[in-house]
Write a protein that binds this ligand. Structure first.
Ligand SMILES: [Zn+2]
Length: 300
């Protein structure tokens, strides 16, 4: 009887040791980066799924349950995923809230672009705390994964070395790929581009792309006919060759602008999963670089 009890105990311990650490992220990009650091030890899920706009997300009832079971939460921060805070309020676990031991703000330490003193728009994401699309500079993944590593090590110190090793391996691969992507995008330097939503300043700075205007006059605000007319004139005068848009953004305005000003519409993935090819963080950039190369290939 005693032996049987001991065996059951051991089996339970083994099951516990083998159980994955449950991490919940707000976006698929952070899910992919957390998976890269956590490896086989973690089970990561994202509250927003592929193809959803993380800035305009409406939480679902199941999100609270998922957060209740989470051992670590990882968010974009700034005004990108403000919807997380009321959810965490409902979950009621102090360690998962801002400043808690199981809470990671991935933006910590990121040099932000476009910091300006504009208020947050009602119901929207005005980029009022700086542009929040910082994961689109692939080298920002160094800081993002450092934040994730700290969080993982805090809630699961036994695997710290595994996490460190996974992160180093990932960053080595990433650095090599960034070198390749930079070379491939060199011919695009100086070529004027416009974008739909202002998601791309970090990507543009890393690869020296020249984005001259946005189709949305302000983040989250659709363009008026007057703004579109101004854009046509600007595109002609600046010789804009590419219009960058996400799959979830409207097709009509980019298509009209392309036809009137002689540019090409290119669909980019703003997040992992936004296109079928962008299956993880590395594939996201591979997809976007390949899409951007088409602007050069089709140049007159
Ligand atoms: Zn945005």
């Amino acid at each position: 009887m005693l032996l049987r009890g001991t065996l059951i105990c051991l089996a339970l311990l083994a099951a516990d040791a083998g159980a994955a650490l449950r991490v919940v992220t707000t976006t698929t990009d952070l899910q992919s980066l957390t998976q890269a650091v956590g490896g086989a030890v973690v089970e990561v899920t994202s509250l927003t799924t592929a193809g959803q706009d993380g800035e305009a997300y409406q939480p679902r009832p199941g999100d609270v349950l998922r957060l209740k079971q989470a051992q670590l939460v990882v968010r974009v921060g700034l005004d990108y995923d403000l919807w997380l805070d009321p959810l965490l309020g409902q979950v009621g676990r102090a360690e998962l809230r801002r400043g808690g031991a199981a809470y990671v703000d991935a933006a910590t330490g990121i040099p932000l672009l476009e910091i300006k003193a504009s208020p947050i728009a009602p119901g929207g994401h005005a980029h009022g705390l700086g542009n929040p699309h910082y994961w689109l500079d692939p080298l920002n993944a160094e800081t993002i994964t450092a934040n994730i590593l700290l969080g993982l090590a805090q809630v699961d110190p036994a695997h710290t070395h595994t996490y460190e090793r996974n992160r180093q391996r990932f960053l080595q691969t990433l650095a090599q790929r960034v070198g390749e992507w930079s070379k491939r995008l060199q011919p695009l330097q100086g070529v004027a581009l416009i974008v739909y939503h202002n998601s791309w300043p970090y990507l543009a700075r890393r690869f020296r792309l020249r984005i001259v205007e946005t189709i949305e006059p302000k983040p989250g605000v659709p363009p008026s006919p007057a703004h579109l007319l101004k854009l046509v004139a600007l595109m002609r005068s600046q010789n804009v060759r590419g219009i960058l848009k996400a799959p979830t953004e409207a097709e009509d305005a980019p298509r009209m602008l392309a036809a009137r000003a002689g540019a090409r519409v290119v669909t980019l993935a703003p997040s992992v999963g936004a296109t079928p090819e962008a299956i993880d963080y590395l594939a996201l950039f591979e997809y976007n670089v390949t899409a951007l190369e088409r602007i050069i290939a089709l140049a007159p």
